[in-house]
Ligand binder design. Structure first.
Ligand SMILES: Cc1cc2nc3c(=O)[nH]c(=O)nc-3n(C[C@H](O)[C@H](O)[C@H](O)COP(=O)(O)OP(=O)(O)OC[C@H]3O[C@@H](n4cnc5c(N)ncnc54)[C@H](O)[C@@H]3O)c2cc1C
Length: 678
């Protein structure tokens, strides 16, 4: 028993955050059995069921918050994303199908189009009269969107664009809705006018007639059965000289006049391209929220089951041990629970940033860039976290976890690919690192030579100080002889902050120095230098995300008034901070940031935190607010506790009756005659 108690309701409200009403609205929908995943359905029926569920969401009035009021929406970008997150509890296919229709297809018309386009198409999109595909990826180009090969060549005589797929690898691929349901697509293509390629732009292209047949010049294929998300009809599209009117170009950022003259408010083609793609950041923010919900669900199932399931008799002859009391079970689940809390708080910060930019409250270039960087860092690392949580939760539930009815395997199969779409994680983390390096280099731009000199000198001291035996000796002396003091220091928020933040700063500075020759080198040499440091770039992106999460968790702690709840959550934050440091211990040791003495205390302190947190594990997952109707996992419903109690009652009765058979091993050894060898 623990002397402290978590106030589950308060914590639940804290986790619901600023958009509590929107989140509760969706959770109520998800409780409806019609939103449950019917595991007996084959792919075609699953696709139709998901489409039907999407129609039910629209009918409920809950799906369109991001759109302007005149199109049935609420001009509420943050509330919209918050509302969609928990759809993953119904069926991730539904969350993604809704994301394709409203967050990609509809959002492209809204963000890249102008009022004329909104008037022409948004009503049909929000009512689902027109289902659409978001046709960006090609078989040959996924992550590198700038290099897609589909062309949109302007014909001034007809005032039309000609959309064309020049070769097989340029087929649009993996497009949600494209295999069956889409009547139109927003197609990304190289805009060519008067012989000049102005880069990637987006065009509204009708693709099917009222009978579901492809329009002339368009062919397509069904991507077929996937590793998950089979409620979405992904497909391929090919365009053979397909003509669309000039004003089907979504021209908010670049336009072509009737005579073929190209114009844009953004002179630089590179900046224009990134500005256009940046308007679609909502997809990454949504995924970050959805995977947080899925991770919470996986943990809720595994922790509840682990708290009831018993296996192996330990210290007692008559009682088996509850599996969550095993240290290793705690080691597997509780650090992930801590990381998921950190992720939930960081996601709320990301969503707030998204809201202030997209509602126009603080829409500036700097904020958009900050939002994109944070979205990339969060999406990449939260999707990996969710996949790890679901795999661990599956294993933690043993064979029961492998039953489809217990949800985890389905979620795991569906979430697998979240690490790839909306920006492959490895590619996104490089973008994050490059932005951090750009910020860092900007500080030293404008020829601030004394500043640079001061910095170089301080780095030299820093490197000397941290990497020399002298520093390590000084730190060891500080910690020497006192495990308690070393562990005590690790518990301090300031020490955790320093360790996590300094890692990012040191990695940025080291990389900036290593990549500096690339700025003056010829292109091939520069690419080679960058490639030689690619792994460090990716690691930097991860380290940054770790720190952002820790900081968000720490900020959230300050808002908790109930002292017991704050105390337990502080342990949980410490667990997140310290297991993150533990994971990267090699870096801290190699770079002289932590003494071996302190490193030794780390694991034992983490183990002590597990013991403290164990009694609160169920409260911590209950605070997610997912009841049985939302989780729909029989093993998380208390059924295991009932089974265990029945078994224990049986054994109690048997012992009391005196009829219990005597275990052979408890018979006196002498009464057992060893079998003679014949
Ligand atoms: C279920 C699903 C639904 C989708 N829906 C849509 C949709 O509706 N519309 C749409 O347009 N697209 C959609 N996509 C496509 C998706 O966006 C792409 O799959 C994604 O962008 C990755 O592209 P790719 O598959 O070509 O992989 P690639 O970009 O080729 O990546 C393959 C591997 O190479 C690595 N790699 C690539 N570049 C680098 C580099 N510079 N450095 C190091 N490693 C690198 C990646 O990390 C990855 O491991 C969907 C995909 C899936 C799976």
């Amino acid at each position: 028993m623990s002397a402290v108690a978590v106030d589950v309701d308060t914590l639940h409200r804290l986790l619901l955050g600023r958009w509590a009403e929107e989140r509760l609205f969706t959770r109520e929908l998800v409780r409806d059995p019609r939103f449950g995943r019917d595991l007996s359905l084959g792919m075609p029926q699953h696709r139709e069921r998901v489409l039907e569920q999407l129609r039910m969401i629209v009918a409920s009035g809950g799906g369109l918050r991001a759109f302007p009021k005149r199109f049935g929406g609420e001009d509420d970008p943050g509330g919209n994303v918050a509302a969609y997150e928990d759809l993953v509890l119904a069926d991730p296919s539904l969350q993604i199908k809704a994301g394709v229709q409203f967050g990609l297809f509809g959002a492209a018309v809204l963000q890249l189009g102008t009022a004329e386009h909104h008037d022409r198409w948004l009503n049909a999109i929000t009512s689902l009269d027109v289902l659409g595909a978001f046709a960006m990826t090609e078989t040959g180009h996924g992550s590198d969107v700038a290099s897609i090969a589909t062309t949109a060549t302007y014909d001034p005589a007809a005032e039309e664009f000609v959309i064309h797929t020049p070769f097989r690898a340029a087929w649009k691929d993996y497009l949600g809705n494209a295999a069956v349901h889409a009547a139109a697509a927003v197609v990304f293509a190289q805009l060519i006018s008067a012989g000049v390629n102005h880069g990637v732009h987006c065009f509204y292209v009708p693709i099917r007639d009222g009978e579901g047949r492809f329009l002339p010049g368009i062919t397509g294929e069904d991507d077929g059965l996937k590793g998950g998300l089979n409620g979405i009809d992904n497909g391929r599209l090919c365009f053979d000289q397909v003509r669309v009117p000039r004003n089907n170009l979504l021209n908010r950022y670049g336009d072509v006049a009737a005579d073929g003259t190209y114009s844009s408010l953004i002179a630089s083609p590179g900046r224009r391209f990134f500005t256009m793609l940046g308007t679609l950041v909502q997809g990454r923010v949504s995924l970050d929220g959805a995977v947080t919900s899925a991770a919470k669900a996986g943990l809720a199932i595994a922790v509840r089951y682990g708290n009831e399931r018993r296996q192996f008799a330990g210290a007692s002859d008559v009682e088996e041990v509850t599996i969550l009391d095993y240290q290793e079970h705690q080691r597997r689940l509780l650090p992930l629970l801590a990381a998921t809390y950190a992720q939930a708080f960081a996601h709320e910060e990301l969503l707030t940033l998204f809201e202030i930019v997209f509602s126009g409250v603080a829409d500036s270039e700097v904020n958009r860039e900050g939002l994109e960087t944070m979205a990339a860092a969060m999406k990449a690392t939260s999707t990996w976290l969710a996949v790890e949580v679901l795999q661990t939760a599956r294993e933690a539930c043993g064979g029961q976890g492998y039953l489809a009815e217990n949800r985890i395997v389905g979620l795991r199969a569906d979430l697998d690919v979240y690490v790839t779409f909306e920006g492959d994680n490895t590619v996104l983390l490089q973008l994050v690192a490059k932005r951090l390096l750009a910020d860092y280099n900007r500080e030293f731009a404008h020829g601030d030579m004394p500043g640079v000199a001061r910095y170089v000198a301080s780095r030299a001291t820093d490197a000397t100080l941290h990497r020399t035996p002298l520093y390590r000796m000084a730190e060891s002396l500080r910690d020497a002889g006192s495990h308690r003091r070393a562990a005590g220091q690790l518990r301090e928020a300031a020490v955790q902050r320093e360790l996590l933040r300094e890692r990012v700063e040191a990695m940025v500075a080291d990389l900036a120095a290593a990549l500096r020759p690339a700025t003056r080198a010829p292109r091939d040499k520069a690419a080679e230098i960058v490639n030689q440091h690619q792994h460090e770039l990716v690691e930097l992106g991860k380290a940054h995300a770790d720190y952002v999460r820790w900081r968000a968790f720490t900020k959230a702690l300050a808002t908790i008034e109930d002292p017991d709840t704050r105390r337990v959550l502080t342990w949980l934050r410490d667990l997140y901070g310290l297991t993150t440091i533990e994971k990267n211990l090699a870096w801290y040791l190699v770079n002289g940031r932590i003494s071996s003495q302190r490193a030794r205390t780390l694991s034992s302190y983490v183990n002590r935190l597990l013991v403290r947190l164990r009694p609160h594990a169920v409260d911590l997952v209950d605070a997610f607010g997912y009841d049985d109707a939302m989780l729909r996992a029989p093993i998380a419903s208390g059924a295991e506790a009932v089974r265990q109690e029945e078994a224990r009652a049986y054994h109690r009765r048997l012992r009391a009756s005196g009829d219990a058979p005597i275990p052979e091993k408890s018979l006196a050894a002498k009464s057992l005659k060893p079998a003679k060898a014949s």
